[in-house]
Design a protein around this ligand. Structure first.
Ligand code: FE2
Length: 433
């Protein structure tokens, strides 16, 4: 047993505990009635997410990696995301809040025991470099972000609080030219990268311009005031159909207030912050704004090249700022703040080309459908990503203020339907060079 293996074990244990603290915060901020309620047909009851996190941990760490006896095999079906749509989960005979808390604690005890004995330095690919544990950490963090989105959709007085994000320390406007040519997209070396981020491969991207910052509330409000929602010229056919059918007139949670707008954020209604990134827009809204602005959304490859490509070395970095994992001065991540920050608030996190806040703040819509990279192989199971490949989903990149640093990196790919906006989604624009 090497020192590195023991360090990895300690790091995994710390990540599991840190992640559970966040889950606990999100589920103890409301009472039992709120935990079992359906706050939106788009979301599960919070108590489902809680027990589902425990069930996945049981399936992968306790049963598969540990080879232990099931804790609660009888509930597997209830917490299988492929068996029941989110809107239907409230009607299932779910564990109640006290039972769910007991269950996840019981599973965690066993998982930590499995971790203490697992051979992280050899043997099965699932366990090598702690992958299965990293997958479970990321899974719980992803559900924490989902639960945070549920908090945004619930009504009632505020129950979450956090300090405001830092103010900008440098002005960030305009765009940068990303030089044309090949770059390395995806990864074959990132230990906890998921199957859809693999393998690393060369992609030739023609030169393009990309905005140094995400589109702001003020910029987006100008699109609304210019009649952008009433002019089909800016919308794709599918986008216009959706805009009409859903009656879209502004981002989710916005309301007209005289000549401006107010937005409700985790139960607090305030005037929109002019220089913060717009959030809770769907893909169709993002694409319509970009067209109105004489630009377009970046492709996924363009986004990743802007985030990772270092023109000095030709290398692709793990993050815009380099290879080190995110620090609080580099990105607005992990629910440290309950809103995105204005451009210029994280100058330490800029890319070599001077593109800011690609990681954190808001998930950024790209124009790309979700597909496997050349040489893709499902791991550890098809349902992780492969079943979602196809034209139905658009890729989002970079994570939001609600994404944990363990669950995002320069290669990380998120995907959702182009109509969705309950997620913390914004965008930045690009154009051909
Ligand atoms: Fe899940």
């Amino acid at each position: 047993m090497t020192i590195e293996t023991e360090r990895l074990r300690d790091r995994v244990a710390a990540e599991l505990l840190r992640t559970r603290d966040r889950t606990t915060l999100l589920t103890e901020a409301v009472d039992d009635g709120d935990l079992v309620a359906q706050h939106s047909p788009l979301m599960s009851p919070l108590v489902w997410d809680l027990a589902h996190v425990g069930n996945q941990e049981e399936l992968w760490l306790v049963r598969d990696v540990g080879g232990r006896e099931p804790v609660r095999q009888d509930i597997d079906e209830l917490y299988d995301a492929f068996q029941h749509a989110r809107r239907d989960r409230v009607a299932l005979p779910l564990l109640n809040p006290a039972e769910a808390r007991r269950y996840v604690a019981q599973v965690r005890d066993k998982a930590l025991d499995v971790l203490g004995r697992a051979r992280l330095d050899q043997g099965r690919r699932l366990v090598a470099d702690g992958f299965a544990f990293g997958m479970i950490v990321q899974h719980e963090q992803q559900h924490d972000e989902t639960m945070l989105a549920t908090h945004q959709l619930r009504s009632g007085p505020p129950v979450l609080s956090a300090s405001p994000p830092p103010a900008p320390s440098t002005p960030v406007t305009g765009e940068v030219l990303v030089p044309g040519g090949p770059f390395t997209m995806g990864t074959s070396t990132e230990a906890w990268a998921l199957d859809n981020e693999r393998p690393a491969h060369q992609v030739v991207v023609p030169a393009f311009h990309i905005d140094r910052a995400a589109v702001t509330n003020a910029q987006y409000a100008a699109f609304i005031d210019a009649g952008g929602y009433d002019d089909p010229r800016w919308w794709s056919t599918a986008g216009w159909d959706h805009r009409q059918a859903a009656g879209l007139v502004a981002p989710a949670h916005w309301q007209r207030d005289g000549s401006s707008f107010v937005a409700t954020t985790f139960g607090r209604t305030e005037p929109i912050a002019a220089d913060e990134p717009v959030v809770h827009v769907c893909y169709y809204e993002a694409a319509a704004y970009a067209k109105w602005a004489g630009k377009r959304l970046p492709t996924e490859a363009e986004w990743e090249k802007a985030a990772r490509f270092d023109p000095a070395t030709g290398r692709s970095r793990r993050f815009p700022w380099g290879d080190a994992s995110p620090s609080p001065s580099q990105a607005n991540l992990g629910q440290q703040h309950l809103r995105p920050a204005a451009a210029g608030a994280f100058p330490d996190g800029a890319s070599p080309l001077g593109v800011h806040q690609l990681i954190g703040d808001v998930w950024e819509w790209t124009s790309s459908d979700f597909h496997g990279y050349p040489g893709f192989a499902p791991f550890p199971y098809r349902e992780y990503s492969e079943v979602f490949f196809g034209p139905g989903y658009k890729v989002l990149r970079g994570g939001s203020f609600g994404t944990d640093g363990s669950a995002v990196r320069g290669t990380f790919r998120n995907w959702d339907y182009p109509i969705r906006r309950q997620i913390f989604s914004g965008f930045r624009c690009a154009r051909d060079a």
